[in-house]
Design a protein around this ligand. Structure first.
Ligand SMILES: *[C@@H]1O[C@H](CO)[C@@H](O)[C@H](O)[C@H]1NC(C)=O
Length: 475
């Protein structure tokens, strides 16, 4: 008894990775007012019309009185016990004079439309309406997801696709299919034929996601089909971001996390939920967390492999000038949390880009981080020494009279500040510049920040060590 309790507890504490329940939103229920062209369920004086050429499976839960009904050529009414229709030609006085109520067309509702799915971590969350926000590609079912068509509903979904779409399971009318042969048997049944249409094969019985660090949703191969259903909004921000797996550029922030084998995807998602999203100020933020594969490019051109990282997309509801500000604040908090707790969470490092143009890269506060910081720091010092040497060599800077550090006033007198943006900037090899060209060339994601790492201003030498926040230096 107590052993069983312990096992249950372990399962609660260590949930499995990022497999989700994805539930189809639309239904073809008679009692759903949104399915009728008049926006209300037909009443006693109404004439009910189903488009003749359409195939449809309609779920009816209660008894209805109507004045007449025209049925489609191929269709079915699924009547639960007690449901049915009685025709009363005189009509129902409480329903008014009566209208012709037409069932809306649902031919074009496509499996690959991300707006037609909701996602939840558990079946309970699905029932309670505790949904997860996802990037577009992951809003539609991934290979390791459980697909749910709500119990007590019928539906019609276009599953047209060129290749096999595989998921872990599909539940229809409360029955869960985990074997492809059972499912194809259902597809050839009268209801199955009306509910699923389009040429495609849907396969179930996949293994699900067993990697606690998370699994990559393989929907990038369906990207065109998914994004064809998405209309992108016009954006107000300076540097819109292009998150992996999303169809549109966004205003907000993206945190990229380098993880180790100790990382637990679901636990970290819950951490973000409890630590940040439950705070009143961050309530309105949408957070989409996914494991993504990033192509690595040598010198920004030659691909030489891919790395996996965790992407956290943050969107806020702010408008105009303030759009993305709240998301950016949360991104800073998340990076700070990684800085403090990263080694306990199985995280090596985290960095963020915000649509305001701000970005950071921060190494987690472990010994490796300190070493990396020290190395970067000395490289910056070396680079500065190199500048001084080059300037001295070209006779632009004279050796200061004092044997100590060159004074800034001497610099100011002898250097034409305006020329510094020119050839001198390229006069030495700054390893940090190389680093920035190693990163994928997505302008939104990696701003020009690193290119401006060192600058000479009227007030002196100013450099931004990417290990630290720029604001720390300006303070
Ligand atoms: C009715 O259908 C709409 C859209 O198809 C859906 O969002 C809504 O949840 C349905 N209503 C009920 C009561 O199921």
């Amino acid at each position: 008894m107590s052993l069983r309790h312990n096992i249950l507890l372990v399962f609660c504490i260590l949930p499995f990775a990022n497999a989700l329940y994805k539930q189809w939103i639309p239904d073809t229920n008679f009692e759903n007012a949104t399915n009728w062209d008049k926006g209300s369920i037909p009443c006693g004086s109404d004439q009910v019309v189903f488009l003749a050429q359409r195939e449809i499976s309609v779920y009816v839960e209660t008894a209805h009185t109507i004045t007449g009904m025209s049925l489609p050529m191929d269709g079915e009414l699924i009547l639960v016990s007690g449901a049915g229709f009685s025709v009363q030609e005189s009509g129902d006085p409480s329903c008014g004079s009566g209208v012709t109520a037409e069932f809306k067309d649902c031919e074009s509702l496509h499996w690959f439309d991300p707006s037609l799915w909701v996602a939840a971590t558990t079946f309970d969350d699905l029932h309670q309406g505790t949904y997860q926000f996802s990037v577009h590609e992951e809003s539609v079912p991934c290979q390791f997801d459980d697909v749910v068509f709500r119990e007590a509903t019928s539906f019609r979904v276009d599953i047209s696709s060129n290749d096999v779409c595989s998921v872990k399971s599909v539940s229809v009318l409360g029955k869960k299919f985990t074997s492809s042969s059972e499912l194809s048997q259902y597809f050839s049944s009268p209801s199955g034929k009306l509910q699923f249409h389009g040429s495609s094969s849907l396969s179930v019985g996949g293994p699900g996601c067993s990697d606690v660090t998370g699994c990559i949703c393989d929907n990038s191969r369906n990207r065109d089909k998914i994004c064809a259903n998405v209309i992108c909004k016009s954006l107000d921000c300076k540097n819109p971001l292009q998150p992996v797996g999303h169809c549109c550029s966004v205003c907000g922030a993206v945190v990229n996390i380098q993880f180790t084998s100790n990382f637990n995807f679901e636990l970290y998602r819950q951490r973000l939920q409890h630590l940040f999203l439950s705070l009143h100020k961050y309530e309105s933020i949408q957070l989409a967390m996914s494991k993504v594969s990033k192509e690595q490019r040598l010198l920004g051109v030659i691909p030489f492999g891919a790395t996996q990282e965790i992407q956290v997309l943050l969107l806020d509801q702010n408008k105009g000038q303030d759009v993305g500000k709240l998301a950016e604040a949360l991104a800073r908090d998340i990076v700070k949390d990684v800085h403090n707790q990263g080694s306990n969470l199985g995280i090596n490092s985290a960095e963020f880009q915000a649509s305001s143009g701000a970005s950071s890269s921060e190494v987690a506060g472990n010994s490796a981080g300190v070493v990396a910081g020290a190395v970067l720091g000395s490289l910056v010092v070396l680079a500065l020494l190199a500048i001084v040497y080059v300037l001295y060599h070209r006779g632009i800077v004279k050796m200061p009279r004092l044997p100590s550090i060159p004074s800034l006033s001497n610099w100011k007198n002898n250097i034409d500040i305006g020329e510094l943006g020119g050839p001198l900037d390229h006069g030495f090899d700054n390893p940090m510049f190389d680093k920035s060209t190693m990163l994928p060339c997505e302008p939104g994601l990696y701003g020009t920040e690193t290119m401006n790492s060192i600058s000479l201003t009227q007030s002196g030498v100013h450099f931004v060590n990417p290990v630290y926040d720029e604001s720390d230096f300006n303070a």
